[in-house]
Design a protein around this ligand. Structure first.
Ligand code: BDR
Ligand code: CA
Length: 315
């Protein structure tokens, strides 16, 4: 059965690779791609979203939704990892910047259009998802499944010692989404960062005579450079691609039902995800959380997704 999905994204190199995989995955029908401010500012993610789709030019374009600048601007972005433009400083041209509907309007329309049957894959801060549920609280119950990349169970954060980037950028929205009556799965940093790609990934990318190959060859080398220079690692993480695999190949993840909330006020812990793991747990379980992963299985799945995108975009 083909699964209907909406990807809510802040491209971002790992978001862009996840979009590339999703658009050409025959198991998925990508209804919409909605942009959210995060890795780079709203105006740039909107540009990037359009650039990704123009570069890949899938046979059927999904609806695109535009990010708005958040009311409370976080003091973090990821330009030091993904480049000033968020896509490895490739500065892709966009033909003509379309006037897009707001992301929350696109999410609302699509969820209302097929209640209970649409999976939302949230790969950035949870601003749009929270805004959608705020606009119409009934929509939380109409999401088929919400899969989120974010948070950390017991490992360190990646933006502060305590917090993961997506949750840190908009902790109030994350808390609202965690507390909403929606069936959801969280893929935290503890799990997504177990999956590491070495430089040999660059040799496995589709060839230059494919649109996906050309696109990925322009953005991925930058991620390898910054992971080495900024993070001191010899390989890269593709957190958002791991979360996509949790949608397409859930059997590769071990899930646990957990009770989670988000720190929205802490001086040192703002944006930290907090789990009630006391033996006499008091909080009510509200999320499935990926606690372990078949690392090789996920890497294979990501490589297959990239290869498939190459085969579908030959000149
Ligand atoms: C998450 O933060 C962003 O920088 C990535 O795109 C990913 O969604 C990882 O913490
Ligand atoms: Ca992201």
């Amino acid at each position: 059965m083909v699964r209907k999905v909406i990807l809510d994204v802040d491209p971002g190199i790992d978001d862009a690779v996840a979009i590339t995989m999703a658009l050409f995955d025959p198991r998925l029908e990508v209804l919409a791609l909605t942009a959210v401010s995060g890795n780079v500012a709203a105006s740039q993610v909107n540009r990037n979203l359009q650039a990704v789709v123009e570069q890949l030019d899938p046979p059927r374009w999904p609806r695109l939704g535009a990010a708005a600048e958040p009311e409370r601007r976080p003091d973090a972005d990821a330009r030091h990892i993904y480049g000033a433009d968020g896509l490895g400083n490739a500065n892709f041209p966009v033909a003509e910047l379309h006037h897009l509907h707001a992301s929350e309007k696109v999410l609302t329309d699509e969820l209302r259009g097929d209640p209970g049957n649409v999976t939302v894959l949230a790969l950035g801060p949870l601003t749009n998802v929270a805004a959608t549920f705020r606009r119409d609280p009934a929509l939380a119950g109409q999401v088929g499944h919400l899969v989120m990349m974010g948070g950390t169970i017991s490992g360190p954060g990646n933006v502060t010692p305590a917090a993961e980037f997506n949750i840190y950028c908009d902790p109030l929205s994350a808390r609202a989404v965690f507390r909403a009556p929606v069936t959801s799965t969280l893929v935290p940093l503890d799990v997504s960062s177990q999956v590491i790609f070495g430089y040999d990934l660059l040799d496995e990318l589709p060839p230059e005579n494919t649109r996906a190959g050309r696109f990925l060859r322009r953005i991925l080398p930058h991620a390898f450079r910054t992971h080495r220079q900024v993070l001191g690692t010899e390989g890269i993480h593709l957190h958002d691609c791991v979360a996509l695999v949790a949608v397409t190949n859930p059997e590769l993840f071990q899930l646990e039902r957990m009770a989670a909330d988000v720190e929205t006020a802490g001086e040192l812990t703002l944006g930290a995800t907090v789990f009630d793991r006391r033996p006499n747990r008091v909080w009510r379980p509200n999320l499935y959380v990926a606690v372990d992963v078949d690392v090789e299985g996920v890497k294979d799945s990501i490589l297959r997704g990239i290869k498939q995108a190459g085969e579908a975009t030959r000149d």
